[in-house]
Design a protein around this ligand. Structure first.
Ligand SMILES: Nc1ncnc2c1ncn2[C@@H]1O[C@H](COP(=O)(O)OP(=O)(O)O)[C@@H](O)[C@H]1O
Ligand SMILES: [Mg+2]
Length: 384
């Protein structure tokens, strides 16, 4: 049976077919055309989705691309575009290693759009001005921290003067402490206590920005010519989870992080929240709901996958046993991709121009007394 026929059979078996309420005819996805994929070795099949098919059914297909993979014994991706379902069937495997240095020429300096992974079809871009917050999940040793480092490197290379990082690295700064001396890094917190102090400082800062926005009738930073963007990166967020009501520090951190995810996106703050054990309690609902980008490396169970990627989406539990292999949910689409591999040696080398030779006085960085920090946020004269 050809791949096209197999896909149509799969539509039928999975129930993407229905009887019209008006004339009783059977509606199924109608084959429109097939083309060779230009950028990879494989075929693209395009189907028209019948009118009236409940979106839940389409989502079900999206959430479980495994049904195509199992049926075709090939790698498959799906994409929805204006009522059409595109099914990409690949003859080759994704690479198991993709070095960060290969993507450097592709960066778009001055934008907040950076490549986060590679699929069969090419690069997967993430625009942090369109989708401010991201959650990331994955069992330990599958590439979360390296994923964060590649994102961080791309952000510095693309916007060295405008990006700023507040990093919570609850492995006592083991991973990010070495980047503390970068000009773009405001603070790295290694314990919940340090995290709370840092988050409180950040909150004071964006509260002032919020006042400025109110006073000037501004609603979203992307509509202004303010270039500054602040990235809050939380690695190993599972260590920041309150276990009892007495964990006041953890509770307070969580409250501020939820606040960041719900109100500060418009002010230019972007949250990347990364956790190893995704269960309801380690991935606060507010943060999940406010994060339109979701990425997950391999997870142990379908349940854990659903916590990160959304109800019904067990894809992360079926990923191949390959570090750096990741599922990304971007709006209605689901992509399996390989995340770039960057070592600390390469990262330090690429960012060497931005190392402060010695740590600047803290007041240079966060002047609580005068609200000096806002000046960096707001261009002189402020504008829309
Ligand atoms: N994108 C990648 N491509 C290839 N190998 C990777 C990639 N990311 C991670 N690895 C491998 O997996 C190991 C663990 O990665 P790490 O980011 O520390 O995992 P985590 O933070 O999820 O525990 C790395 O030391 C590296 O050998
Ligand atoms: Mg890690």
């Amino acid at each position: 049976m050809s791949d096209r026929k197999k896909i149509q059979k799969i539509f039928e078996y999975t129930g993407i077919i229905g009887r019209s309420a008006t004339d009783g005819t059977i509606k199924t996805c109608r084959f429109i055309r097939q083309d060779k994929i230009k950028t990879a070795n494989g075929m693209e099949y395009v189907f028209r989705i019948p009118l009236g098919v409940p979106s839940k059914k389409i989502e079900m297909l999206n959430n479980d691309v495994g049904i195509f993979k199992d049926g075709l014994h090939k790698d498959v991706e799906t994409e929805f575009k204006s009522g059409m379902l595109h099914v990409f069937v690949y003859e080759d495997q994704l690479p198991t290693k993709w070095l960060y240095t290969k993507l450097i020429p592709q960066l778009k300096p001055g934008t907040w759009k950076i490549p986060v992974g590679m699929t069969y079809k090419g690069l997967v871009w993430h625009d942090f001005d369109k989708i401010p917050h991201t959650v990331m999940g994955g069992t330990t040793r599958y590439g979360k921290t390296i994923g964060l480092k590649s994102i961080m490197t791309s952000l510095v290379l693309s916007n060295p003067d405008d990006v700023e990082f507040y990093i919570i690295d609850l492995k006592r700064k083991l991973e990010f402490g070495k980047y503390e001396k970068l000009e773009q890094v405001r603070e790295v917190a290694g314990t919940p206590e340090e995290a709370l102090k840092m988050l409180n400082g950040l909150k004071d800062r964006y509260d002032k920005v919020m006042d400025y926005f109110h006073d000037n009738d501004l609603s979203n930073i992307v509509e202004t010519d303010i270039k500054k963007r602040i990235f809050v990166i939380v690695d190993e967020a599972n260590r920041l989870v309150p276990k009892t009501r007495n964990d006041k520090i953890q509770l307070a951190c969580q409250t501020i992080l939820e606040d960041i995810s719900s109100v500060s996106g418009g002010l230019g703050v972007r949250l990347i929240f990364c956790t190893q054990y995704p269960v309801g309690t380690t991935l606060p609902r507010d943060i999940k709901q406010n994060s339109d980008a979701k990425m997950s490396f391999r997870l142990q169970t379908g349940k854990a996958s659903e916590v990160v990627l959304g109800d019904g989406n067990t894809h992360a539990a079926h990923l191949k046993d390959i570090p750096g292999r990741c599922v990304a949910v971007h709006g209605p689409n689901l992509l399996e991709m390989q995340v770039p591999l960057i070592s600390d040696r390469v990262m330090k080398h690429l960012l060497q121009n931005w190392y402060r030779t010695k740590r600047k006085d803290v007041t240079d960085w966060r002047d609580e007394s005068e609200g000096e920090n806002i000046i960096e946020f707001i261009p002189s004269g402020g504008s829309k």
